[in-house]
Design a protein around this ligand. Structure first.
Ligand SMILES: O=P(O)(O)OC[C@H]1O[C@H](O[C@H]2O[C@H](CO)[C@@H](O)[C@H](O)[C@H]2O)[C@H](O)[C@@H](O)[C@@H]1O
Length: 367
């Protein structure tokens, strides 16, 4: 049985909340089919190392490049009504979510690209709207809030520009706490939050970045982005005929670096160290930093749109805490419980959280 098929009390509550509006009988989407290409191989500075298994290689890469991220539910299972039944809109079940969070500290985790900003062809132009920024500022005023992104931490900070947030860049491999505090937060001995589990890989990442730049420059539309502990090879603007040659170039480089591995995002190949660290681990690290390591009094809300966010959704499911929300218009294989269609719905959801918090903390003025 996969995590996806586990029916928790939270799922049951949600089903009750939305069943009335949907008449068809539910069909569960097929289980997540993410090819397992890694195996645990000892540890490096306390962090488990993974190794890449041989096989499939470029053909499997091309399949993943064609698939959306996370993988779309197969057309034969694509009954949107049943998918929505199991992954309802977080806006439609907002009151239910609040009810489940009763008495707990909400902590907000947000992916950046595709969640706070729309997906655009040029990664350097993925700006948030002013409205989103204002809402984010208000969210951080009321709840501990973290941005968890595949981007390098400085870059995502430059888009968001809010010093009161936690930032986990490079898919969680570069974590830093707020440099400006809005309100006193429960902390871990008041120590500054900072963690870079892959720092020893930095020289290698710089070296591979230069090689990839050189090797891919002849592929029109390809773009290599240095995200510090992770490198992104973008193919959104590459003609599909050139995807295989591009993947082959990346594979040849990667073959020279067995300590690096490849993951897939939205029209992007991501190269990262083989340490067992991801957005899910970053979420756990941040909860611990906030003092909620072994606490039932916390309700994490994680919102993301990409396959890499699934690691965080899985962590929440296995902890049985909080909720994962996938940003997607189409049925996708996910461990998230709820959905939002796009960044504008994310903004609406966050705004409602702010308004609820404001209204629930207003004390009546004496006459
Ligand atoms: O974890 P995220 O914050 O979602 O970062 C993942 C990658 O996001 C960016 O690429 C994606 O968004 C771009 C801008 O909309 C788009 O052009 C690209 O096709 C998407 O894959 C970022 O540029 C990457 O470095 C991140 O790894």
């Amino acid at each position: 049985m996969t995590n996806q098929n586990v029916v928790t009390p939270e799922v049951i509550n949600t089903l009750i909340a939305v069943a009335a509006s949907i008449s068809n009988s539910p069909v569960l989407p097929s289980a997540a089919v993410v090819p397992e290409s890694l195996a645990v191989l000892g540890s490096f500075w306390g962090v488990p190392l993974m190794t890449r298994l041989e096989g499939g290689k470029v053909n499997a890469w091309i399949d993943s490049m064609r698939a959306s991220s996370p993988t779309r539910v197969k057309p034969e299972n694509q009954d949107k009504k049943s998918w929505i039944l199991y992954h309802p809109s977080a806006l439609n079940v907002f009151d239910q979510i609040l009810y489940n969070s009763k008495g707990k500290q909400i902590v907000v985790f947000l992916d950046y690209d595709g969640t706070l900003s729309p997906i655009v062809p040029d990664p350097d132009k993925a700006f948030m709207t002013r409205k989103m920024r204002a809402t984010l500022k208000d969210i951080a005023r009321h709840f501990p809030t973290a941005i968890v992104s595949g981007r390098c931490r400085d870059k995502v900070y430059n888009f968001v520009k809010l010093a009161e947030l936690y930032y986990a860049g490079s898919h969680g491999m570069d974590i830093k706490g707020p440099t400006k505090s809005q309100s006193p937060k429960k902390g871990n001995n008041n120590k500054p939050v900072q963690f870079q589990p892959a720092s020893q890989f930095l020289p290698m990442m710089d070296e591979v970045y230069k090689i990839l730049l050189e090797q891919t420059k002849c592929v029109p539309g390809a773009k290599v982005e240095n995200n510090k502990f992770c490198l992104s090879v973008h193919f959104r603007c590459v003609d599909e005929k050139s995807w295989a040659p591009l993947a082959e170039k990346v594979r040849l480089v990667l073959n020279q670096y067995p300590q690096l591995r490849l993951t897939h995002g939205r029209k992007v190949l991501e190269i990262r160290p083989t340490i067992k660290w991801d957005k899910g681990k970053a979420l756990e690290f941040l909860l611990e930093s906030l003092g909620y390591e072994n606490s039932d009094d916390v309700f994490p809300i994680y919102i993301g749109d990409d396959r890499t966010d699934e690691d965080a959704f899985k962590v929440l499911r296995s902890r049985g805490q909080g909720i994962g929300i996938l940003v997607s218009r189409v049925p996708k294989e996910t461990d998230a419980s709820y959905t939002l269609q796009d960044p504008s719905e994310v903004e609406q959801f966050l705004r409602r959280l702010v308004e609820w918090k404001r209204s629930s903390t207003v004390t009546p003025t004496s006459v």
